[in-house]
Design a protein around this ligand. Structure first.
Ligand SMILES: C[S@@+](CC[C@H](N)C(=O)[O-])C[C@H]1O[C@@H](n2cnc3c(N)ncnc32)[C@H](O)[C@@H]1O
Length: 311
């Protein structure tokens, strides 16, 4: 099995899907077929769904190389690269909380499409993971334009090494991404590949006016909404959900909080996510259902909600 062939096959599937993953954008197709995902995937990965014994199976490149490669190129399956913040070594089936992964292809591509980075844009990524998405970004925006922040030192070191080995010039910083990266601000694009309950104020301050922020935001429905927001200046942004998704939480935001305190109206129907608006500034965030959705039976029907894609 050849990785390039698998990549091309995935690209064709993404292209022909009614969901329009590439959105007709040639650059997005190009970055996908150019960056070797298998270069970033660790040799040992956990399958994200448990076997009958309740454990997540280990996929070992050394033992089953074809199975490993096929898994790496599954469109809708994230592969788990860390459990319980690294407390469990990837050498046997295991269970525990997923804390890092190589995100699934459909989610990665859809987020990039919504982020819409242009050549030369300065980009901040939060949650480097394997470095795969960092490489896709850098391929689009160019050398020394992407800063990626990863909280786990071992994961960051590995991503740095993998990016370097491929000649990708992107900076990987080990720190808590909730604080962003002031030294590189303002950013044209900010993307988080870990989900948040509250959009961190630092990201809003570090986004230039007119810049775009894409992040998975926790919702009262139990899944995340990918929100695409535009910076409005003075540390504020406004935008809308563009997809449903499930991501691992940013470390500092794992503890559940009341959605009311997070700016969600009581009793809101998250199934109407396409009609929600999200505003965030230095004082907090507010989610509202927009007027078109509240006009009654004559207004457009609420968009159907599909199963959330997981990261
Ligand atoms: C879903 S994984 C990212 C996957 C990555 N996009 C890829 O495809 O390889 C989320 C990552 O966010 C990192 N993370 C969690 N909390 C963080 C924080 N506060 N700051 C920076 N990184 C964080 C985790 O360690 C994990 O590696």
């Amino acid at each position: 099995m050849d990785a390039e062939i698998l990549r091309e096959r995935c690209a064709q599937e993404l292209e022909s899907s009614p969901r329009g993953y590439f959105g007709g954008l040639q650059w997005l197709r190009n970055v996908f077929v150019t960056v070797p995902r298998e270069h970033f995937a660790p040799d040992r990965l956990w399958w994200p769904r448990p076997d009958e014994d309740g454990l997540y199976a280990l996929i070992d490149r050394g033992k089953t190389p074809n199975r490993w490669l096929k898994a790496v190129y599954l469109l809708r399956t994230p592969l788990i690269t860390q459990i319980d913040d690294g407390a469990i070594a990837p050498d046997a089936p295991a269970n525990g909380a997923f804390t890092s992964s190589i995100s699934c292809i459909t989610v990665v591509i859809e987020m990039l499409r919504h982020l819409a980075p242009a050549p030369g844009d300065k980009v901040l990524e939060i949650g480097t993971g394997t470095g795969y998405n960092t490489a896709l970004l850098a391929h689009r925006t160019g050398p020394d334009t992407v800063t990626s922040v990863e909280i786990d030192p071992q994961i960051a070191a590995r991503a740095r090494e993998r990016l370097g080995a491929l000649g990708v010039r992107a900076q990987v910083v080990t720190r808590d991404g909730e604080r962003g990266w002031l030294a590189g601000a303002p950013f044209d694009r900010i993307v988080s590949t870990a989900s948040v309950r509250r959009i961190p104020p630092a990201w809003l301050r570090q986004l230039r006016p007119g810049g775009v922020l894409v992040a998975p935001l926790d919702s009262p429905a139990g899944y995340d909404l990918t929100v695409r927001m535009t910076g409005t200046g003075c540390g504020a942004a406004v935008g809308r959900p563009v997809a449903t998704v499930e991501f691992m939480r940013l470390r500092g935001q794992r503890t559940p909080q009341s959605h009311t305190c997070l700016g969600w109206p009581d009793g809101i129907d998250v199934q109407q996510w396409r009609d929600l608006e999200v505003r965030a500034d230095q004082n907090g965030q507010r989610v509202t259902l927009q007027a078109t959705a509240m006009q009654g039976p004559e207004s457009a029907p609420a968009a159907p909600v599909g199963p959330a894609s997981s990261s």
